[in-house]
Ligand binder design. Structure first.
Ligand SMILES: N[C@@H](CCC(=O)N[C@@H](CS)C(=O)NCC(=O)O)C(=O)O
Length: 225
């Protein structure tokens, strides 16, 4: 059986969704990043990077990086409704998009959520967060253009985990503002939301996102050190 180390306010939700979609047996072990449990000796022994999610495979290997975990599970369990196999014509576009989200969108979301880690002076935090937001928006605009050309999903008429992955990060930004500016992203947001299996995870992400935004308002010096 798989073990997923995840918890509230984390992207482990994405892996949990894939596990549930694939009806794959797993145990969820919650790591509380608000109290710093991800930096405990016990957790660092599992992932020296001190980050979640971590997936322990039935063979006992510890795997990291949310995008890799989703792709790995889809491949190992032939979840072709979520990810085209490498022999599929859509594989290249699928892979390009997943890497784009992981490298160029997700990384800026880190700066958006932890601006204090990128600033030397507390008074710069808000500006750094604004800059991160504008960079994410410009990258979402790229996705909007691609979706307008060949949508409504990342792979045209076919849903894949890349759609949920993208919308997950929109839910963590200012989703109403993003959807008002980027119509093809807004359409994709509604399509993902209309999927009964995705809805509870997206709703949970929306609640978490609102709660985190509130915590940031109350702690402009940084929510998690
Ligand atoms: N590149 C990693 C980043 C993982 C990551 O940053 N996870 C966050 C939770 S969503 C975390 O553990 N944050 C704790 C911290 O940054 O101190 C991935 O995509 O899986």
């Amino acid at each position: 059986m798989y073990i997923l180390y995840g918890g509230d306010f984390t992207r482990a939700t994405l892996v949990q969704w894939v596990l549930e979609e694939g009806k794959i047996e797993y145990e969820l072990r919650k790591i509380d990043i608000q109290t710093g449990e991800h930096r405990s000796a016990d957790f660092l022994a599992i992932n020296p990077a001190g980050l979640v999610p971590v997936l322990i495979t039935p063979d006992g290997d510890a795997l990291y990086e949310v995008a890799a975990l989703m792709l790995y599970l889809a491949d190992q369990h032939q979840l072709t409704d979520l990810a085209p196999p490498s022999t599929d014509r859509d594989w290249g576009l699928f892979l390009s998009t997943v890497f784009y989200i992981a490298a160029d969108i997700q990384s800026e979301m880190k700066r958006f959520h932890f601006p204090h880690r990128f600033s030397l002076r507390r008074e710069d935090n808000a500006g750094i967060q604004d800059l991160a937001k504008s960079l994410v928006l410009s990258r979402l605009n790229v996705m909007n253009t691609r979706l307008a050309k060949r949508g409504p999903y990342v792979l045209g008429t076919r849903f894949s985990l890349a759609d949920f992955y993208l919308i997950f990060w929109v839910a963590y930004l200012d989703r109403e503002g993003v959807c008002a500016q980027l119509p093809s992203i807004a359409r994709l947001y509604d399509l993902v939301r209309s999927r009964p299996t995705a809805l509870p995870y997206l709703e949970e992400t929306e609640r978490t996102s609102d709660a985190y935004a509130e915590m940031m308002r109350k702690s402009p010096g940084g929510v998690i050190a």
